[in-house]
Design a protein around this ligand. Structure first.
Ligand code: ACM
Length: 684
């Protein structure tokens, strides 16, 4: 790992190399800036500069207003961190941009700038050099991540960073069709994306449950489909401009021919069955589908794309294409006759027909088609981009057929998996022998069934940072401990910039839980996470109108601090069970859980949040008892009694399961501990 090597060299050279000859002085801390995504190359130079005493910012080369605004944001982020304004003279920060686009754009044909930059910090000043504005915008982000609070001021270590992304397409999908997200919530995600160097907002704008965007040409789309909220065209322009300022492109997705009920509420004539149609309130896969056999449908879509293309300047356009339920096609005699007349045996052939027509309309409006991997089930126009979601094999299938790929399989944030699971998903399958350039990158996906404007930040951040690093940094950057440490620092910086994920639990408990329960519930949520997406769908069966005010909504998805520290403590303890210190830490932790379970058990009254906590609290009490018995056994006092063994085994079986709508995020460490205790007692 090159970074590790450089860190080791850096440890000798930065922050007072002159002290090396004085053995009584502790070694300087290793050079370990909290950069995320990790840059391609970073070389510490020793020493640093103080930026809070004042700096002047000058531009050379190509200029555009976006660069001035990026500089203003940089200064304003520093001001927030410092708590006071910073003089505009002093240290020189020189930004040089070669041109508007630069690079050869080789990874994809339209709009792919060279995103590289070089950042040099030395006592004489800071130089940021980039071929394009995008590179300079990323360079500002890296510079901000380098800033350290130091003796009441802010300083930056001397360093040279040469950076460029591994993949050109680094996205976040935001589904606003199932739950509408206000403009401010969308902007917050864009701010987080900017910090993480994510460069594509994939805006999922139509669903069975909603059509949240204004169409002047077809106003019944939003007046009837957007009753749960919609963006005016002025707001869409504002969001696209806000994204553009941060070097983020906005790709609209209008999902067709399935997932399309909301279109038909106002325009039933587009559909394959007569209707009438109502916005769907449930979640799942439903029958309504466009009628691909009618010319009037294509005239409508031509006019619609023409209108929307004035709002979304990006050359790429997502047609959806996923999970088409063929029921209404099969039930329609005219559609059946059309299929027979065109020799189409399967619904996939009809969808392929639809896709070809759509690709033609998009091409007329200067747009290139992206679709979910189901669109490969039939013949597909050359040049289509395939977004993989159903499994790694769809990546290979697309590549074999010559389609560029955006990978989202394994990157679904709504599945409520720990960041480390997403971190382990490489967009390029292992052993891949093809041209790596055909895998354009990936997208973290935030589907909207189980989120609201209040919870969305906590569902995306900080876990999206894991995907951001995988998409930007070299494939060798895989150290999970190191990732979590840097992500914690960057997560704080995101909170400074207005993201609500860190204050989420406290604010929601403050609003919704009785005062006497808040402390205990917050402590429980340090180690309990929401159940997974399918579990919640099954256990709660949420609808569009279901309030997001349960303890599951208050919980954050990754209790990594507890989970990982427990595993580490258990590993250390098992390496030397006679060591008192290791045992004491685990005993204290278990006793803390026992007391917490008792505190929650003792809360009276019928409060809903407390009721939500009870199953997890009860399971935690059982885990604590089984943990304490296992520790006793392993420290050599006595084997588990048959009753204890039965209890430990039952707890081991239960520990990873849903407790109400929560799950205790302590399974790996406890499973190891319980297995060792049972084995030592001769009862594996
Ligand atoms: C999808 O998750 N249906 C793309």
């Amino acid at each position: 790992m090159i970074f590790r090597t450089i860190v080791a060299i850096g440890a000798l050279s930065v922050w007072g190399a002159g002290l090396a000859a004085q053995p009584q002085v502790p070694a300087p801390a290793p050079f370990r800036p909290n950069l995320l995504p990790m840059p391609a190359s970073i070389e510490p130079r020793g020493g640093g500069v103080r930026i809070s005493d004042g700096f002047s910012l000058t531009f050379a080369g190509y200029r555009e207003p976006r660069l001035d605004r990026a500089a203003d944001r940089f200064r304003s982020h520093l001001t927030v961190r410092l708590g006071r304004g910073i003089p505009t003279t002093g240290l020189q920060v020189r930004v040089t941009v070669a041109g508007p686009a630069g690079g050869d754009g080789s990874h994809y044909s339209a709009g792919s700038p060279d995103e590289s930059y070089r950042l040099t910090v030395r006592p004489s000043g800071i130089d940021l050099v980039a071929p394009t504005p995008a590179g300079a915008i990323y360079g500002f982000e890296t510079l901000f991540q380098l800033v350290e609070i130091d003796g009441g001021g802010l300083s930056v270590p001397s360093v040279e960073i040469n950076d460029r992304p591994r993949y050109p397409w680094r996205g976040l999908l935001l589904d606003v069709g199932r739950h509408f997200e206000p403009v401010a919530a969308v902007k917050r995600q864009l701010e987080g994306m900017a910090a993480a160097k994510l460069n594509v907002l994939h805006w999922h704008l139509s669903e069975d449950q909603g059509f949240p965007i204004e169409s002047r040409r077809f106003p019944k789309l939003h007046t009837k489909g957007g009753t749960r909220g919609y963006y005016t065209q002025a707001e869409v322009r504002e969001i696209v401009a806000y994204a553009g300022d941060r070097a983020i492109r906005v790709i609209p997705e209008f999902d067709m021919p399935g997932h399309s009920t909301a279109w038909f509420v106002g325009y039933p004539e587009l559909a394959s069955a007569p209707g009438p149609y109502h916005l769907e309130t449930r979640f799942g896969v439903f029958r309504p589908a466009f009628d691909p056999t009618r010319e009037s449908v294509y005239r409508f879509l031509d006019a619609f794309v023409g209108e929307m293309a004035t709002l979304f300047p990006d050359p790429y356009w997502h047609i959806g294409g996923d999970e088409v339920e063929p029921h209404d096609w099969r039930a329609n005699r005219r559609i059946r006759a059309f299929m027979a007349g065109h020799g189409m045996k399967r619904p996939a052939a009809l969808q392929a027909w639809f896709n070809h027509r759509l690709a033609g309309i998009l091409a007329k409006h200067g747009r290139r088609m992206i679709g979910w991997d189901e669109i490969m089930d039939g013949d597909l126009p050359a040049g289509t981009v395939v977004q993989s979601w159903r499994g790694e094999t769809t990546v290979s299938q697309a590549v074999v057929r010559g389609f560029p790929v955006i990978q989202s399989w394994g990157l679904y944030l709504d599945h409520i998996k720990p960041a480390e699971e997403h971190y382990a998903v490489d967009p390029t399958p292992s052993g891949f022998l093809g041209d790596p350039g055909v895998i354009w990158g990936g997208e973290a996906c935030m589907w909207g069934e189980q989120i609201s404007g209040r919870t969305v930040d906590s569902r995306i951040w900080p876990r999206a940072l894991a995907v951001a690093e995988r998409l930007w940094s070299r494939a060798e950057v895989t150290d999970v401990d190191d990732y979590y440490q840097r992500a914690a620092a960057v997560s704080h910086a995101l909170a400074e910039r207005g993201l609500g994920h860190e204050s989420h639990t406290r604010l929601m408990l403050g609003a919704l839980a009785p005062p006497e329960a808040r402390g205990a519930l917050a402590a429980l949520l340090d180690l309990a996470v929401p159940v997974t997406f399918p579990e919640r769908a099954e256990l709660q069966r949420p609808l569009t109108g279901t309030p997001h005010d349960r303890l599951v909504d208050v919980a954050s998805p990754d209790a990594w601090r507890t989970r990982r520290s427990l595993s580490r403590l258990v590993d250390r303890f098992l390496a030397d069970p006679a060591r008192q210190a290791g045992r004491d830490s685990l005993t204290m932790m278990s006793e803390g859980w026992r007391d917490l379970a008792a505190r929650i058990g003792a809360l009276t009254g019928g409060d809903a949040m407390v009721a939500d906590a009870r199953p997890a609290a009860e399971a935690l009490g059982a885990a604590a008892a089984a943990g304490l018995a296992s520790l006793e056994t392993l420290a050599g006092r006595h084997p588990l009694s048959p009753a204890e063994a039965a209890q430990v085994r039952a707890t081991a079986d239960r520990i990873g399961r849903p407790q109400g709508l929560l799950r205790l995020d302590v399974r790996p460490g406890l499973t190891t501990l319980f297995a060792a205790a049972l084995a030592l007692s001769g009862m594996p």
